[in-house]
Design a protein around this ligand. Structure first.
Ligand SMILES: Nc1ncnc2c1ncn2[C@@H]1O[C@H](COP(=O)(O)OP(=O)(O)O)[C@@H](O)[C@H]1O
Ligand SMILES: [Mg+2]
Length: 347
């Protein structure tokens, strides 16, 4: 079996006739981390609910681990673990009791049950609160408790619906490490998140969902590369407009698309160095900020532009203290992918 998850024209129309997921076709390869992005209301949670057999699709098919979610829901449930967007543990039970309940539901052998739970609690650092009632925990502690409960039957496929929302930076990192470890040991992970950095860093593939449809699917790098490519095309169009119609307002768009920022702080800054940077063909604009940083605009599409600027500086005796450049981010991809569809909708 190549794919952990496959959907074919998967559709959910809620009882009020609202189509939340619209003919979704998605493949998630086995043992990978898949990031599901999309604006609020895009249909992510609805998709996850169908894949985890919490709600029935209206039409179309989905298989999880090779099992059909409608024909073999029990087999599907046994394969998966789920950390829902809203923690669904019993508030009046303790962390330990909730995990035991889950373990018993999935038929975890009694003699292994408590030691498995305690190992997981140690892993996510929540053992200290094992006898606390879930209702008394902080948001982050609840997330950890939810994770323990969802992992106790060692699911092949783990669904995480916005798992790091509201977590402090340290706890976030623990969770990221855990997601990587689980994936290294062969688990497939489906991660819904609004945290672009998280998705970029963790995921093998990313799908962007908008108004119930898949609007982009690639590796994080692939998405960023194709954004650059489409920016290039847009720029060519804007350029042709300028020559055709003398449309001056297009100049700003062209600058936005064709230039990116590079910011440099030098240890030694003198007029000679600045002059050599100004003379460089790769530097389109230069500005010296109050704090002494040199803010440059360089060509977005020239792979060598950064290196050339650095070479120019060191050739004229400049010593670089720090440098940063602006790369296209997953956030840029997200905004573009989700705004294009909205524009189509309006048309
Ligand atoms: N039970 C329901 N009945 C009617 N509409 C719903 C129901 N659940 C969700 N929706 C609607 O479906 C759309 C998708 O919701 P959801 O899947 O939760 O989106 P996401 O998780 O991407 O934010 C939203 O417009 C939401 O209001
Ligand atoms: Mg959601």
């Amino acid at each position: 079996m190549k794919n952990a998850i496959e959907t074919k024209d998967l559709t959910k129309v809620y009882s009020n006739n609202f189509t939340a997921v619209n003919s979704l076709n998605l493949e998630i390869p086995n043992k990978t981390i898949f990031g599901m992005l999309g604006p609020n209301g895009a249909g992510k949670t609805t998709t996850i609910k169908m894949l985890t057999c919490l709600i029935q699709p209206t039409s179309g098919q989905a298989t999880v681990g090779g099992f059909d979610v409608q024909k073999n829901p029990d087999e599907v449930r046994n394969l998966l673990g789920m950390v829902p967007q809203q923690v669904s543990l019993y508030k009046d039970l303790t962390v330990m009791e909730n995990s035991q309940l889950c373990a018993d539901y999935y038929g975890v052998p009694q003699d292994e049950r408590d030691s498995r739970i305690e190992d997981l609690m140690e892993l996510v650092d929540i053992k200290y609160a094992k006898d606390k009632r879930v209702g008394q925990l902080s948001g982050g502690q609840k997330q950890k408790a939810s994770l323990v409960a969802s992992l106790v039957h060692r699911p092949d496929i783990l669904f995480l619906d916005e798992p790091t929302i509201g977590l402090d930076p340290t706890t976030k990192r623990i969770l990221w490490d855990l997601i990587r470890e689980l994936n290294d040991s062969g688990h497939t992970i489906i991660l819904c998140s609004h945290d672009m950095h998280e998705v970029d860093m963790l995921c093998d593939n990313v799908g962007i969902i908008n108004t119930g449809n898949l609007v982009a699917y690639d590796t994080p790098q692939g998405l960023k590369d194709s954004l650059l490519e489409s920016n290039k095309q847009e720029m060519a169009e804007a350029l042709s407009k300028i020559s055709d119609e003398n449309d001056v307002s297009a100049q700003e768009d062209i600058d936005n698309l064709s230039l990116r920022k590079m910011s440099i702080l030098l240890k030694n800054q003198d007029d000679e160095i600045i002059e050599s940077i100004k003379q460089s063909d790769d530097v389109k604009k230069i500005e010296i900020a109050h704090n002494g940083r040199l803010n440059l605009k360089i060509d977005s599409f020239d792979d060598m532009a950064v290196q050339n600027v650095l070479d120019t500086i060191s050739f004229s005796g400049g010593v670089i203290k720090s440098v940063s450049t602006e790369e296209p981010s997953l956030e840029d991809v997200f905004i573009k992918a989700t705004s294009e569809v909205n524009e189509d909708d309006r048309a």
